[in-house]
Design a protein around this ligand. Sequence first.
Ligand SMILES: [Zn+2]
Length: 88
Amino acid sequence: MSKTPAPAPAPPPAAPATEAAAPAPAPRGKKKRKPKVSPQVYKFYEVQGDSLKRLKQECPRCGKGRFLAEHKNRLSCGNCGYTSFKKP
Ligand SMILES: [Zn+2]
């Protein structure tokens, strides 16, 4: 009745091989950015001889080049939200 020595514990399984690095994402086609100028700016000016006449009121907050949109009862700036109400 001899005690058999306990077998040595098995070594832990080897760690799984590190996964291969994920492939780099495919480069997206570069989009050309258009300048942020409305193609309808010609509606805001009127040429008189060799000078320009501005047909719309300019935004007092944003300054030159920003015009107020005309609504029924108000003028408003699409850039900053400035609103001025028309007098009835
Ligand atoms: Zn504005």
